[in-house]
Design a protein around this ligand. Structure first.
Ligand code: GDP
Length: 366
């Protein structure tokens, strides 16, 4: 499964947020790994469309899809230089697919800030610089290693060398690797380096409980963060980690009421999951039967057999066809037979690219 790592300086609210995540925890016992690894938290992906599907189909159960977070604590200034712990944390970041960078935007004189005062821009820079320095080291080490091959006339080594030099220039200027324009082939050639600053990243602005509803009017830290993020092309999600822990305890109507009281449409966690979904280019499709209505996560652009493979590898291997109707068409028709009558139920083959919101029934050989 894809995972996003939560990073940030000490005392910005990472653990608080991660606790909210584990408390919100996915219902299903299908995720045994999260009880094995205390640093992994899995949450249900809330999707209103599921409720509407369930109202139509009346299934025995509803199974949402899930999203995985990894807590990567311990990133501090100087981590990239540290032989020990610092480097270890950086290696954990190497394993995630995207990064959520928590930035402290709440004032609280009782909670020490590592650099003495709340300063989101400085915090962003500190963490980003550690990642950049780590990548610079990786790139330079690789450059050293392939220098000889290049000299002896190895063509691939020469191509890689050129790419690495481009990256080296940017990184040495303190810029992330993702700021360097690379074509698909170039990207593939350096993929195995797993550069940290090539990973997609979004910022989570951790604000005080009171700020969360109309944060733009009241919190200058968030404003500064957003401005900076814009120049990086990065998204910002405003969240109150402390509040999330409370929201995570609630379900159903109670939850709705609480959010309404706070002036929020959805919890920060839900918005964070949605943003991570966008960041990672993910989409959801549904299966809907009397037994269960269920959501499945795919990467955008996946074809029908691969999407079937998310359910079970047998589905992918034995794929014959997919019967597909879009969520909107199904709702408009009111029922599956209704959608069929209107000609909205399509029979699609191997080349079909599954869309977000598709309701799918796979036909396959076992
Ligand atoms: P971490 O070191 O980044 O994991 O930070 P923690 O989650 O441990 O939070 C550090 C301290 O800040 C704890 O005492 C939290 O209760 C507190 N804290 C976290 N979020 C907020 C917040 O939104 N407002 C306030 N006032 N305190 C917070």
């Amino acid at each position: 499964a894809l995972t996003t790592g939560i990073v940030g300086l000490p005392n910005v609210g990472k653990s608080t947020l991660f606790n909210a995540i584990t408390r919100a925890g996915a219902e299903s016992a299908n995720y045994p790994f999260c009880t094995i690894d205390p640093n992994v938290g899995v949450v249900d992906v809330r999707d209103e469309r599921m409720d509407k599907l369930a109202a139509m189909v009346n299934p025995q159960r509803i199974v949402p899809t899930s999203f995985q977070f990894t807590d990567i604590a311990g990133l501090v200034k100087g981590a990239s230089k540290g032989e020990g712990l610092g480097n270890q944390f950086l290696s954990h970041i190497r394993e995630v697919d995207a990064i959520i960078h928590v930035v402290r935007c709440f004032e609280d004189e009782n909670i020490v800030h590592v650099s003495g005062q709340v300063n989101p821009l400085e915090d962003m820079e500190t963490i980003n610089l550690e990642l950049v320095l780590s990548d610079l080291e990786t790139v330079e080490r690789r450059l050293d290693r392939i220098a000889r091959q290049k000299k002896s006339g190895d063509k691939d080594a020469a191509i890689e060398h050129t790419i690495l030099e481009k990256l080296q220039v940017a990184l040495a200027e303190g810029k992330p690797a993702r700021s360097v324009e690379l074509v698909e082939d170039e990207r593939k050639r350096i993929n195995s380096l797993n550069l940290l600053t090539l990973k997609r990243m979004l910022y989570a602005a951790n604000v005080a409980e009171d700020d969360v509803a109309d944060v733009d009017d009241v919190n200058p830290h968030v404003e500064a963060l957003k401005k900076q993020a814009l120049t990086e092309g990065a998204e910002v999600v405003t969240i109150s980690a402390q509040l999330e822990a409370e929201i995570a305890e609630l379900e159903g109507e109670e939850r709705e009421l609480f959010l309404e009281e706070l002036g929020l449409e959805s919890s920060g966690l839900d918005r964070l999951v949605a943003a991570a979904y966008r960041l990672l280019g993910l989409a959801t499709y549904f299966t809907a039967g009397e037994k269960e209505v269920r959501a499945w996560t795919i990467r955008q652009g996946m074809r029908a057999p691969q999407a079937a493979g998310v359910i079970h590898s047998d589905f992918e291997r034995g794929f014959i066809r997919a019967e597909v109707v879009s969520f909107e068409d199904l709702m408009a028709a009111g029922s599956m037979p209704g959608a069929r009558e209107k000609g909205h139920l399509r029979s699609e083959g191997k080349e079909y690219v599954v869309h977000d919101g598709d309701v799918v029934h796979f036909r396959f050989n076992v």
